[in-house]
Design a protein around this ligand. Structure first.
Ligand code: PLP
Length: 377
């Protein structure tokens, strides 16, 4: 049993095509459990950007099955998609337009609030009940400046007393959350604690206080927070090596095979020129599918258990690999990345080859690559 889902097209039932991103939902469940066991806090599964390209609804369901008590998204339509799919746990949305508030309120989505002006817009949307006040503790992106925090918490307490809104959470976001060095994170935690103290003095009694992302949850000792917002870690991006399992495998099939002679060039501009007679195999994925064009010259794929380097430029829909003298046939499976256990590249390898982070590789996998869901265990 599996589901083929493409974000902008209806699923072409029964047609798998040449390429697919196979998502192992048991890895998502294991990763949630790894965080819960290690940190002992409730998990907000961050499924923004279509769960980093893995598919928001199936990932959210798997995370909730494994005990995640909250879901987190950036955009309003992401929250609405989860509710429409029947997910009932609390959802926090942190980047929305005023015009979207009424829809969020209608399906009981919590919203982040960083200023009195934002709070007033929420209060004038009667359907919105729950807000999380956000304090800027050093990222200097969203959040209330510390100078405005007392005014914000007092105003919120005033509206709470009127029954206009409930402050369910107080939160902040780390600036060095991807680092094992907890100095800056600890400073931010101290500021958040002060902020929570001031909020209490204003009369607020938030259910949840949350600060850490995936890596922050591991590095930061914050027993007085209640939730960790886990994004990268859900998908097996293992920044601190805590034994997470990558959930996505990107596979394709060899579309064509050709023998070329020494001295012949391959793909646009002939960046690759064969130094010997060799076999080249066409892989039908390109930068429109999220294969980073800049990775040419370093990247390789796995076919027949052998690493084959990308030969020449990566085009929009296809690229070529140098198969050497391996007897590749059209239709043979090609692994672009997986968990690395069979010697195939990982998303982290592609990130290195492209000078980026695996998050961007996963999020970039294009809409025309169907997602298929499976359970390894
Ligand atoms: C994306 C995001 C997260 C998740 O961070 P990871 O490092 O991917 O775990 C948490 N909180 C906020 C506000 C985010 O935008």
């Amino acid at each position: 049993m599996y589901l083929v889902q493409s974000r902008h097209r209806p699923a072409a039932r029964g047609i798998t095509g040449l390429s697919e991103a196979v998502v192992d939902l048991s890895a998502v469940r294991d990763n949630v459990r790894t965080f819960r066991r290690r940190v002992g806090q409730n998990v907000m599964a961050v499924v923004k950007a279509d769960a980093f390209g893995h598919g928001a609804v199936p990932v959210a369901r798997a995370a909730v099955e494994a005990g995640a008590g909250w879901l987190g998204v950036a955009h309003a339509d992401e929250a609405l998609q989860l509710r429409a799919a029947g997910l009932r746990v609390p959802i926090l949305c942190w980047l929305y337009d005023v015009s979207e508030l009424v829809f969020l309120g209608d399906v009981e989505v919590d919203v982040s609030v960083s200023s009195v002006a934002e709070l007033q817009r929420v209060v004038s949307t009667p359907s919105v009940h729950y807000v999380h006040l956000k304090l800027d503790t050093g990222l200097h992106r969203a959040g209330s400046a510390p100078d405005h925090w007392i005014e914000l918490t007092r105003t919120a307490a005033h509206y709470e007393a009127l029954g206009a809104v409930t402050v369910r959470g107080i939160w902040s976001h780390l600036s060095h959350g991807d680092s094992a060095d907890a100095v800056q994170s600890t400073r931010q935690l101290q500021l958040l604690r002060t902020g929570v103290g001031l909020a209490r003095r204003a009369g607020l009694r938030p259910d949840v206080v949350h600060l850490a992302n995936s890596s922050g949850a591991v590095t930061l000792d914050a027993p007085d927070t209640d939730l960790m917002r886990i994004g990268a870690g859900l998908y097996g991006i293992d920044e601190l090596g805590i034994g997470l399992r990558p959930a996505m495998r990107l596979v394709s099939k060899v579309a064509q095979v050709r023998r070329i002679r020494a001295g012949e060039g391959v793909s646009y501009g002939h960046d690759f020129v064969a130094d010997r007679d060799t076999t080249v195999a066409l892989v039908p994925m390109g930068y429109a599918d999220g294969i980073p064009r800049v990775a040419a010259g370093r990247a390789s794929v796995q076919c027949r258990g052998v690493r084959m380097p990308v030969a020449g430029r990566i085009a929009m829909d296809q690229f070529v690999v140098d198969a050497g003298d391996v007897a590749v046939e059209p239709g043979e499976p090609v692994t672009l990345f997986g968990d690395g256990s069979a010697g195939e590249p990982t998303a982290a390898d592609w990130a290195d080859w492209a000078g980026t982070i695996p998050h961007e590789i996963y999020c970039g996998i294009g809409n025309r690559v169907p997602r298929r869901y499976e359970e390894q265990r």
